[in-house]
Design a protein around this ligand. Structure first.
Ligand code: NAD
Length: 472
C-alpha cells in the first residue's frame, strides 16, 4: 500500500494499493482488448458517452474539488475552477468524434482520400500540480479520437485519477477504455514507455524526465507528446497600466504556490518604472492570503511535499537576496511564503532554473530589444505575458518571444479551445483546442483506382516536356 499525504497537514489522507509492472501490463492488456470495440463505436455514440462522462464528473464537482484541494494542497476556489475545466474539456472533445474530417485529393485514374485513424493504446503520464485537469487534457481527446488509455497519475496525487476510472464506468464507457495505474514513475511510467503495445506516450512533467521518455520511446518508435517545464517572462513596459500589471503579477507566479509550468517567475520590468511597479507589487504580494486550502478565502496553499519545500528553499540561500516576502502559516504542512528576489540578473540560478515554488525573480530591462533578449535567454519557451498600452509594440513582442502560449495585458495561458504547448525544451506537440486531436490520430491516405488508364500520361501532355519519372 502507498500512503497519500495531505500537504497542508503533512498527515496521511488515504492508503492506496501500489501498482507495479504486473498491474501496468494488466492495464495495457485491458486497454488493448477494449480498443477494437471502442474504435468501432459510431461517432455519435462515442460523443454521447463523452458528454455523459462530463455530466457524471459535474455531478461530483464539489466532492472532486475537495479531494483535489486536500491532496494537492491547493485553494478550494482554484480546485473548483480546475474541476470545472475538466468538465469543459470532456464537453469540448465530446463534439469531436463527429468532426474528425478527412480530405479528398485530386489525382489521376481514381480518387484519393484521407482518414484520421486512432493510434491504439495510449499511455498518459501526468504530474501532481493540476492532477485531474491535465489528465483530462489528454484523456478526452484520446478517447474522442477512438483510442483507449492507460493513465498514470503522479505518486503524490493519485486520488482524483482513480475516481475518473470509476466515473468513466458509471457514465457507461465500456470496461477497459479508461485504465488507471497508480504507481511510481520509475516503474509504471517507465513500463508504459517501453511497452510494445503502447502506441503513444503523452507526458506532462519535468524536462529532465521528459528527456528520458523521449529516449525510451525511441526503441519502439512511439509517438510522443511532451509538455515540460517553463521559466516564463512577465514583461512589463513603462507605458502599461502599471497598477493593473503589478496587482496581477503576484498570482501569475504564486498561484498554485508557484507550482505551475506557466508561472511568470521572471518578472521583467522596464527600469524607468521599476520603483513605481515594486511599490504596488510589494503590497499585492504581502496581501496574498496563504493558508488552509479548504478556507474559501485562501489564495495560496502549501507546496506539495517536504522535498519540494527543500528544493525551493535552495534558491533562497540568504535574506540578502530577498526584496520582500509574504506570510505563511507556522506548524505542520509544507509551507513556504511568497518570496521576491530583486533586482536579479537573468544569469542568476533563480532566473534560469524552474523553481516550481513561490519564488519570483524581478529583472530590470532598458528597452524593447533588451526585453526580447532577456525573455528568450532561457532553455524554455512555454508561456509569458506582455503588458503595454502600445498595440504595435504588443504585436512585435508577441511575435518575437519564443514561447507557445502568450498573453497581452493578461496572465492567462490556458483555454480549452486554444492550443497549448512549448517551444524549445518546454516540449513537443500541442494539447487542447483542435490541435490536440491530431496528436491522437494517424493520417491514412487511401487511393481508389477507378479508371487506371486515365492515370497514364495522356495525349494532352506536351511531348517536349521532360519525363518526370526519369527525373525522380
Ligand atoms: P515529474 O517529471 O517528476 O513527474 C511527472 C510524471 O512522470 C509523474 O507521474 C511521475 O511519476 C512520472 N515519471 C517519473 N519518472 C518517470 C520515468 N522514468 N518514466 C516515466 N514516467 C516517469 O514532474 P512533477 O514533479 O510531477 O511535475 C512538475 C513538472 O511538470 C514541472 O517541471 C512542470 O513545469 C511540469 N509541468 C508541465 C506542464 C506543461 O503543460 N508544460 C504542466 C504542468 C506541469
Amino acid at each position: 500500500m502507498t500512503t497519500v499525504l495531505e500537504p497542508a497537514t503533512a498527515q496521511a489522507m488515504a492508503e492506496i494499493p501500489a501498482a507495479g509492472i504486473e498491474e501496468t501490463d494488466a492495464a495495457v492488456a485491458r486497454a488493448k482488448a477494449a480498443f477494437p470495440r471502442w474504435r468501432a463505436v459510431a461517432p455519435g455514440d462515442r460523443a454521447r458517452l463523452l458528454y455523459a462522462l462530463a455530466a457524471t464528473i459535474e455531478g461530483r464537482h464539489e466532492e472532486l474539488s475537495v479531494l483535489e484541494a486536500r491532496n494537492a494542497g491547493k485553494p478550494i476556489s482554484d480546485a473548483r475552477g480546475e474541476i470545472g475545466m475538466t468538465i469543459e474539456t470532456f464537453r469540448y472533445y465530446a463534439a469531436a468524434p463527429e468532426r474528425l474530417l478527412g480530405r479528398t485529393i485530386p489525382v489521376g485514374g481514381g480518387e484519393a482520400m484521407t482518414f484520421r485513424e486512432p493510434l491504439g493504446v495510449v499511455g498518459l503520464i501526468v504530474p501532481w500540480n493540476f492532477p485531474l485537469t491535465i489528465a483530462a487534457w489528454k484523456v478526452a481527446p484520446a478517447l474522442a479520437a477512438g483510442n483507449t488509455v492507460v493513465l498514470k497519475p503522479a505518486e503524490l496525487t493519485p486520488l482524483t485519477a482513480l475516481e475518473l476510472e470509476r466515473l468513466a464506468l458509471e457514465a457507461g464507457l465500456p470496461e477497459g477504455v479508461v485504465n488507471v495505474v497508480a504507481g511510481p514513475g520509475s516503474v509504471c511510467g517507465r513500463r508504459l514507455v517501453e511497452h510494445p503495445d503502447v502506441a503513444k506516450i503523452a507526458f506532462t512533467g519535468s524536462t529532465e524526465v521528459g528527456r528520458g521518455i523521449a529516449a525510451g520511446a525511441a526503441d519502439t518508435i512511439k509517438r510522443v507528446t511532451l509538455e515540460l517545464g517553463g521559466k516564463s517572462a512577465n514583461v512589463i513596459f513603462g507605458d502599461a497600466d502599471l497598477e493593473a500589471a503589478a496587482a496581477a503579477a503576484p498570482l501569475a507566479v504564486f498561484g498554485n504556490a508557484g507550482q505551475d509550468c506557466c508561472a511568470r517567475s521572471r518578472i521583467l520590468v522596464q527600469r524607468s518604472c521599476l520603483d513605481r511597479f515594486m511599490f504596488v507589487f510589494e503590497d499585492a504580494v504581502r496581501a496574498i492570503r496563504v493558508g488552509d486550502p479548504l478556507d474559501e478565502r485562501t489564495q495560496m496553499g502549501p507546496v506539495i511535499s517536504e522535498e519540494q519545500r527543500e528544493k525551493v528553499a535552495s534558491y533562497v540561500p540568504g535574506e540578502a537576496v530577498v526584496a520582500f516576502r509574504g506570510s505563511a502559516p507556522e506548524g505542520p504542512g509544507f509551507w513556504f511564503p511568497p518570496t521576491v528576489l530583486a533586482p536579479c540578473s537573468n544569469h542568476d540560478r533563480s532566473a534560469q532554473e524552474e523553481i516550481f515554488g513561490p519564488v519570483a525573480a524581478v529583472i530590470p530591462f532598458e528597452d524593447e530589444a533588451d526585453a526580447v533578449r532577456i525573455a528568450n535567454d532561457t532553455i524554455y519557451g512555454l508561456s509569458g505575458s506582455i503588458w503595454t498600452r502600445d498595440g504595435a509594440r504588443a504585436m512585435r513582442m508577441a511575435r518575437a518571444i519564443d514561447a507557445g502560449a502568450l498573453s497581452v495585458n493578461s496572465n492567462t495561458s490556458v483555454r480549452v479551445t486554444t492550443p497549448f504547448g512549448g517551444f524549445k525544451q518546454s516540449g513537443i506537440g500541442r494539447e487542447l483546442g483542435p490541435d490536440a486531436l491530431e496528436g491522437y490520430t494517424e493520417v491514412k491516405s487511401v487511393y481508389f483506382a477507378v479508371d487506371p488508364a486515365a492515370s497514364a500520361p495522356g495525349e494532352l501532355l506536351d511531348p517536349a516536356a521532360p519525363d518526370t519519372e526519369s527525373i525522380s
